[in-house]
Design a protein around this ligand. Structure first.
Ligand SMILES: Cc1cc2nc3c(=O)[nH]c(=O)nc-3n(C[C@H](O)[C@H](O)[C@H](O)COP(=O)(O)OP(=O)(O)OC[C@H]3O[C@@H](n4cnc5c(N)ncnc54)[C@H](O)[C@@H]3O)c2cc1C
Length: 447
């Protein structure tokens, strides 16, 4: 190890905190991890519900760097595209890439988190404490006060510096918000979400194509489903909180049954526990959180959702949080133990890209719930696939975000340019196969 060892406090043993712990431990640093919840490896959280996430290139890169990828691939299911379920039972396939080979992976959130924690704990320089929450921050010294949630006692975190990965409602960030000139915004969607289940069939079989992300787009709301290793699917209903079709409007079992029969007729026969799931599972909100700075001198750095919570419609929150870890680890490697410079470098490198993916995630919400059922959108996607098949240099924004690690802000800009190119090429075009490839080549090369 080139740099002298540092003792860290790592607040939050969620996905990003556990992964960052692995990175730091592998570099020989001492890490004290404090997690508010009990040890999830000993407790069944969420009443045993499986909740999954889409893992893609940026997350994969981080898992590869830390040596965990092989292990996680064993519990991951590749999804090669979207399958859209129309109201009248129509099914439309949309590959994520032109050759149909690129995929994202469905992985259990809890299993991934537990494996990351176990890998972190396998290093002797890592010490986990559960049922301990960050409570306050001394903004002059950067010292963190922790609270033991079992006996109510408080104590000071021992490390020289802190990485706070305590999620969207970070207590450390909350304390930092009192710093002069700290920018903060929190924007809730008018939609919330609820997790539901399609269980495995009688012989443990998947009841839908397991290698796809399923979407039931319905204009101002939608349902999606991702596969689990046990043959089930976790469905998520994204639905307005208020209005004629909303969580507020569905209050009885009969109302929920009638709504699902009308809107998701092909899914309802596969959802025998729908009504219990609907009334037992929580309705949760969706928020975008932006803030700046992400650091307090050489003492504290915010990481993952604590610094940039985004809505889940690009499947990138965890992937972006893992990319934070990759970037922070590289800054540590290059920083010669100058922690102020290391933290500054990290926030400078990441902020602009966190903002870009936050915007893309909001835009993708409209695409998924609304446009995946829209004729013009589907036509444009087909044109885009024809171009992509013929011109290697052309990559859709989705491909750039999910299948490459080019910075998010660059993917965002390229996506804008793609839209201009497609709009020009689609003028008076009747069939996607008739698109002028030579002209497309010129436009793509010239940009
Ligand atoms: C419905 C939904 C679907 C999603 N789907 C995807 C997806 O498909 N792909 C994707 O990449 N992302 C997805 N995300 C986003 C992803 O869940 C988050 O971006 C990711 O969990 C962020 O990781 P994190 O470690 O920063 O925060 P978290 O996972 O929230 O972890 C924070 C940890 O800190 C702990 N903690 C909180 N407060 C304290 C405290 N005061 N002291 C100590 N510990 C504390 C918490 O208990 C938790 O363990 C989705 C999000 C939602 C809501």
């Amino acid at each position: 190890m080139d740099n002298p060892k540092t003792t860290f406090n790592l607040v939050g043993a969620g996905l990003a905190g556990s992964l960052m712990t692995v990175y730091l431990a592998q570099k020989g640093h001492e890490v004290h991890v404090f997690e508010r919840r009990p040890d999830m490896r000993k407790n069944t959280l969420d009443g045993g519900r499986s909740i999954n996430l889409a893992l893609s290139a940026r997350g994969i890169k981080a898992l590869e760097e830390t040596g965990l990828l092989e292990d996680i691939m064993e519990i991951s299911i590749p999804m090669y595209g979207r399958i859209m379920h129309g109201k009248e039972g129509t099914i439309t396939h949309q590959s994520y890439s032109n050759d149909g080979k690129s995929c994202i992976y469905s992985v259990s959130r809890a299993e991934l988190n537990m494996r990351l924690m176990t890998l972190a704990e396998s290093h002797e320089n890592v010490h986990f404490q559960f049922d301990v929450a960050a409570d306050d921050v001394n903004l002059k010294t950067g010292e963190i006060t922790l609270k033991n949630l079992q006996d109510g006692s408080t104590f000071q975190a021992p490390g020289e510096r802190t990485i706070a990965a305590d999620g969207a409602f970070s207590a450390v960030r909350y304390a930092m918000q009192k710093m002069p000139r700290f920018d903060f915004s929190q924007d809730y969607l008018a939609h919330g979400y609820k997790e539901l289940t399609i269980p495995a069939g009688p012989n443990g079989e998947f009841q839908l194509d397991k290698n796809a992300l399923h979407i039931w787009p319905r204009g101002h709301f939608m349902m999606i489903a991702l596969p689990n290793m046990d043959g089930s699917f976790t469905c998520t209903l994204f639905f307005p909180f208020e209005g004629p079709q909303s969580f507020d409007a569905l209050n009885t079992r009969e109302e929920v049954q009638a709504f699902f029969e009308a809107e998701f007729p092909d899914a309802i026969p596969l959802m025998p526990t729908l009504l219990d799931d609907y009334f037992e599972n929580p309705t949760s909100s969706l928020v975008t959180i932006r803030c700046y700075p992400w650091i307090l001198a050489d003492k504290i750095a915010l990481l993952g959702d604590a610094s940039h919570a985004i809505v889940p419609f690009f499947g990138q929150g965890m992937n972006a949080a893992f990319e934070d870890c990759t970037v922070m680890a590289a800054c540590v490697d290059q920083g010669n133990d100058d922690w102020k410079a290391i933290f500054e470098d990290y926030q400078k490198q990441r902020k602009v890209h966190a903002d870009a993916i936050a915007n893309m995630a909001l835009e993708n919400f409209i695409e998924m719930r609304d446009k995946t059922a829209d004729e013009d959108f589907l036509f444009r996607k087909k044109v885009e696939h024809v171009i992509g098949r013929n011109i290697d240099a052309y990559k859709s924004r989705y491909e750039l975000v999910s299948f490459s690690t080019i910075p998010y802000a660059d993917a965002y800009r390229q996506g804008e340019r793609n839209m201009e190119i497609l709009a020009e090429l689609m003028e008076n075009l009747d069939h996607p196969d008739d698109v002028d490839i030579e002209r497309a080549k010129h436009m793509i090369v010239e940009q």
